[in-house]
Design a protein around this ligand. Sequence first.
Ligand SMILES: Cc1cc2nc3c(=O)[nH]c(=O)nc-3n(C[C@H](O)[C@H](O)[C@H](O)COP(=O)(O)OP(=O)(O)OC[C@H]3O[C@@H](n4cnc5c(N)ncnc54)[C@H](O)[C@@H]3O)c2cc1C
Length: 585
Amino acid sequence: MIKTFDVIIVGAGGAGLRAAVEIPKEYTCAVISKVYPPRSHTGTAQGGVCAAMANMEEDSWENHAYDTVKGSDYLGDQDSIEIMCRDAIRAIIELEHMGMPFSRNKEGLIAQRYFGGHTKPEDKNNPNGKRVSVKRACYSADRTGHVMLQTLFENSIKNQVTFFSEYFVTELLMENGVCKGVIAMEIATSEVHIFQAKAVLFATGGYGRVFRITSNAHVGTGDGMALAYKAGLPLEDMEFFQFHPTGLWKLGILVSEAARGEGGILKNKDGERFMIRYAPSVMDLAPRDMVSRAIITEIREGRGIRGSDGTDYVLLDLSHLGKKVIDEKLPEITGFARTYLGVEPTTEPIPIQPTAHYAMGGIPTNANCEVLMNEKGDTVKGLYAAGECACVSVHGANRLGTNSLLDLVVFGRRGGKAIGEFLKTASFQEVRHNEDERSREMIHNLLNRSGSEKIVNIRTELQNSMMEDCGVFRTKESLERMIIKLGELNERFKNISLQDKSKVFNTELTEAMELDNLLKTAEATVYGAYNRTESRGAHTREDFPLRNDQEWMKHTFAFEKNGSGPELKYKPVVVTRFQPMERKY
Ligand SMILES: Cc1cc2nc3c(=O)[nH]c(=O)nc-3n(C[C@H](O)[C@H](O)[C@H](O)COP(=O)(O)OP(=O)(O)OC[C@H]3O[C@@H](n4cnc5c(N)ncnc54)[C@H](O)[C@@H]3O)c2cc1C
């Protein structure tokens, strides 16, 4: 049976739910999510959401925009960045009015803390002089994403949104550049459903699970990106994947940058505060790409600490902050250190290592979240994307901490608004009753294949190889190895078989579909990285250590070409106020 709604939103994280809140009540709106909505990854965000509120000290949206552009290593589109930073203050007040419980300062205003790469001029009369860290991140202890997601979930229910929880979207329906709906499988029964809609918004989150060490939840498998890519749409700037400097050693579970924002210090095996050598002015609060490179460099040069399993780490010391600050402001993450590593953060430093964290790239959109079908800027009618799965390019080559939650609420709302406008004149496209045949066949095939390969082995090899050969540091040779590996893994994927053949809540089946999606996102990432012969933001080529503005002030657009690796095209970066400069902190 065909289910029909004016709007379908795929994804119930911050971006999807903020869009859902915005859909005018006279239209029907359904949110489809493969997990129960409050379990979306947004709920794990810890540190904060930024805006130049100036509640603690002087600040301005222009400072925020400057930092975001510089943080992006000049790859962010400055028109979109300006929209986001100008709108940030309104967006925070709106969240407050929706009921989000922020932490407060002494005056009762929303409290703000330091975060990496957020700065202001030391002397406001000399905007080009030395810059110092500024308190710009609004927060709710270290559970900011949790309370944001709960607030948006409540408001979506109030807005009479229909939820399809534990439905897995398997296909994007498009015809002649017009979107007409999606296909989804109900996980409980493996039943396939056709969803027809005038407008579809993808808010499916990131794909950190393509790497072995990651802060991302198990569901972060890039499904939305892969579905767009398989439908012939491009993926933008996938070579830029952020490694967060402080994941718990071996596990990758995130220790928020808020820990350093509150005064935590990184140390090597000699007890040295090594960031002083890499970013003398902001030190531990340098942007993430720089801190992650610094940590790996310390380890490579023998100043890491060797663990019992032969892998290395450095230390994050919070002990000098005192029990009161730790218990009040960092309760969750210090709890993780106790539970998972048996370390007591009030008296001992925490072993950490960089962890794959955030996709700067994704499905290309314009500032109204309309999906681009090519590098020329033509849009797909009726298709929108927002949040981590999208690339409106506010983060460029490296995202600043707390800018993602902001991106979700600013662009989630803009997507919802744009859909509201579109619906005034939009109509349903014809959907055939057998439109679900491809997905049915794919599922039938996966359940009935009798190959010799297990998905867990292919996934583990993919994650290990991506970590080694397409991680923080890359070279031509490592990427060539990765390209060969991907070819091999894609071949082996054709020869898998599932142990669980049942149709009832078959998680092995969803894992197989997720693995297929991970292989697709990996392809766009690796080829983009191979072609980009420069180092910029999170993409570090040891064989091309410098940023090359002459040739590479452009976004990568990767189009799937069956089998032989993607076709890569390029789109110039939008520069408005801030000319590229050397990036020093
Ligand atoms: C541990 C951690 C801490 C973080 N802390 C911060 C922070 O303090 N500040 C900050 O700004 N950013 C932070 N980030 C980044 C930020 O939280 C994420 O980028 C953001 O929450 C992503 O939100 P989203 O709405 O795009 O997607 P998500 O919240 O990831 O939600 C994705 C949704 O898509 C659905 N979905 C996916 N695929 C399918 C499918 N095939 N079918 C149906 N549904 C599907 C899922 O069910 C889910 O509902 C953090 C990230 C992590 C991992």
